[in-house]
Design a protein around this ligand. Structure first.
Ligand code: ADP
Ligand code: MG
Length: 449
């Protein structure tokens, strides 16, 4: 079934859902969801963030499925939620969905446009470069490499470029590194590498999100390297986003890293208070939420590092008020955000030593177990969790983290980080465990002199 059909089905389902859930609930949880694809009996719905995905999964899945069944008149429809068009897991018992069908659907979030992007000092360069590329692909900066922490607007800019490019170009490919990897591996398996090559080399513009995912995957790296060269020689635009600067990537091939640095490298930094406030105001306006400036200010003061969390917090405050049939006040907002507030990074990040000792404690181990060569399962998971948390919570480089944990190689740290991030995204219990450790780290840090 084509993308348009999934969109139409979802529009119809939304119409029915609107009658079945309260207005505030609809606005908070469903309005921004997009019908992405309908493959076999799986209907994939894309939502803006993990918070919404989790809520829908827990509270509205069955209602949504019933509605889809009534709209499609098919008894076997199942729904899967994914964040920004990215799949979390393959549904249990399902074979991989057919590649071409899923991949060719432009998974663009209609809201991620240049118009809705708030520009400030922290993202000015990335924004200017992205607009330059969108209006003159292949000539302005090739490649454009945008990097920065999670939730700072990288995907938003990538989609914004795609929206503009689609107006004048036929073959716009906006994909994630994960999707690129999966498709490449499938092409190898099915002996269709020529098709794959043609598709990625000849597209008018190629945008790859979260390229750090490819690092360490030797064959995919090599494939990307050759794709890059072919495109670059033909002046065809490439845009990458990444969580880290090229220099921090643990690529197997140095020549790939050097390609990342060939064009323009633009960093997005965490927003300052003024920008956070501007983003919240824009978002509240856009969604028609009546929230007073003092409440927005409180949210902007509490959530500092991640715009996704900033938006999630606004949704949470409004949902909380709706639930209690109360007016959104500063006190109520503080209450709604109480548990998040304690997790916000402090002005001084915790030390690796503190993180390591608390991780060890929570796993019932001695910190020495994390630094020495113990390879039993518990020590390994604890060590990897410590690596993950140090990477997330501090500015330490991969090399420094490796040294803190008994002289491990940067690639080991990078793989550990990836592995734990992967488990966190699929295993809610484990995620809670890591959140608890994180919270404990900050509590301890606060109570230390
Ligand atoms: P990343 O890809 O860097 O993890 P996203 O692009 O997914 O982050 O952004 C997270 C959320 O924050 C999205 O909903 C996005 O629209 C919003 N956002 C990020 N930066 C801005 C900005 N400058 N102006 C408005 N919204 C933003
Ligand atoms: Mg992203």
């Amino acid at each position: 079934m084509k993308a348009a059909s999934a969109t139409e089905i979802w529009e119809a389902a939304l119409g029915e859902l609107q009658l079945q859930v309260s207005k505030p609930n609809y606005r908070t949880w469903l309005k921004d969801a997009v019908g992405l694809s309908f493959e076999g009996n799986w209907f994939v719905v894309s939502v803006p963030n993990a918070f919404v995905a989790e809520y829908l999964e827990r509270n509205l899945r069955s209602l949504i499925e019933k509605t889809l069944i009534s709209v499609t008149r098919r008894e076997d429809v199942r729904v899967e939620f994914c964040v920004n068009g990215r799949h979390g897991k393959t549904p249990a018992g399902q074979a991989d969905p057919p590649s071409a069908a899923l991949i060719d659907i432009p998974r663009l979030n209609p809201k991620y446009t240049f118009d809705s992007f708030v520009v400030s000092k922290c993202n000015q360069l990335a924004h200017a470069a992205a607009s330059g590329v969108a209006s003159d692909p292949g000539h302005a900066y090739n490649p454009l490499f945008i990097y920065g922490g999670s939730g700072l607007g990288k995907t938003h800019l990538l989609h914004a470029i795609s929206h503009v490019a689609q107006k004048s170009l036929d073959r716009v490919i906006c994909t994630s590194a994960e999707q690129f990897t999966n498709e490449f591996l499938r092409a190898v398996r099915e002996k269709k590498t020529e098709d794959f090559r043609g598709k990625y080399r000849n597209a008018d513009i190629l945008l790859i999100d979260d390229v750090q995912f490819i690092c360490g995957k030797e064959r995919t790296e090599e494939c990307l390297f050759h794709t890059f060269n072919a495109r670059h020689n033909a002046s065809r635009q490439i845009v990458f986003t990444c969580n880290y600067p090229p220099g921090d990537l643990t690529v197997t091939e140095d020549r790939l890293r050097s390609r990342f640095e060939w064009g323009l490298t633009a960093r997005i930094q965490p927003p300052d208070l003024k920008t956070r406030l501007a983003i919240l105001e824009a978002k509240a306006n856009q969604e028609g939420m009546a929230v007073s400036p003092d409440v927005l200010e409180l949210i902007a003061q509490k959530i500092k590092q991640n715009i996704r969390e900033l938006e999630g917090s606004l949704n949470r405050v409004v949902a909380y008020a709706n639930l209690l049939h109360a007016v959104v006040s500063r006190d109520l907002a503080a209450e709604a955000l109480a548990d998040i507030a304690d997790r916000q990074p402090k002005s001084t990040p915790p030390t690796p030593k503190l993180i390591t000792s608390i991780v060890a404690e929570c796993f019932g181990l001695d910190p020495a177990n994390l630094r020495n060569r113990c390879r039993d399962r518990r020590s390994t998971t604890a060590r990897q969790t410590a690596m993950y948390l140090i990477r997330e919570e501090t500015e330490y480089s991969l090399g420094q983290i490796g040294r803190e944990l008994g002289g491990r190689e940067p690639i080991t740290v990078s793989q550990a980080h990836k592995k734990i991030a992967g488990i966190i995204s699929t295993d809610l219990d484990f995620r809670q465990r890591v959140l608890d450790i994180q919270e404990l780290v900050y509590q301890r840090q606060k109570s230390e002199p």
